[in-house]
Design a protein around this ligand. Structure first.
Ligand code: FMN
Length: 139
């Protein structure tokens, strides 16, 4: 059984809803999911988990949220190569470029990103199903 950390930041709840769907997917596939706000997670927590889903919406101009999420990501990034990692998040007015940039950045740091899921605003329909599938894959 895999223990999965779902670590996220969400301003208006859309990425949080995605995180909850990822957790549903983990638990439905007999894994164990912990939902964790990014400000409550640090490098010392990595060892407790088998796999990681990181969630952050598009903020700034196609950027990660800079006050809380990105500082933690900066610290985690060098420790994530060799671990099972997926990325997810919500966006609105653009086309998901922030996720492409995030994935490129992670891969340049040596992280194997197993998959990414993006949702325009609230994750309904196919996006919700993609979140559950992401969780099931990590479990
Ligand atoms: C300050 C700010 C910056 C944003 N920048 C972008 C952006 O660059 N591209 C985009 O597609 N959406 C952008 N958005 C829209 C959010 O990504 C979108 O509302 C998302 O659903 C928020 O997710 P959350 O509910 O998890 O906070 C921005 C929203 C805010 C408040």
């Amino acid at each position: 059984m895999s223990k999965v950390a779902i670590v996220y930041w969400s301003g208006t709840g859309n990425t949080e809803a995605m995180a909850e769907l990822v957790a549903e997917g983990v638990n439905g596939a007999n894994g164990e999911a912990d939902l964790i706000q990014v400000s409550d997670f640090s490098v010392s927590d990595l060892a407790a988990y088998d796999a990681f889903a990181f969630g952050c919406p598009a903020m700034g101009s196609e950027e990660l949220e800079s006050d809380e999420f990105e500082p933690v990501w900066d610290e985690l990034e060098p420790e994530l190569p060799g671990r099972k990692v997926v990325l997810f998040g919500s966006y609105d007015w653009a086309d998901g470029e922030w996720m492409d940039l995030w994935r490129e950045r992670a891969e340049a740091a040596g992280i194997t990103v197993a998959d990414t899921v993006i949702a325009k605003d609230y994750p309904d329909g196919p996006a919700a199903e993609a979140c559950r599938a992401l969780g099931a894959m990590l479990a």
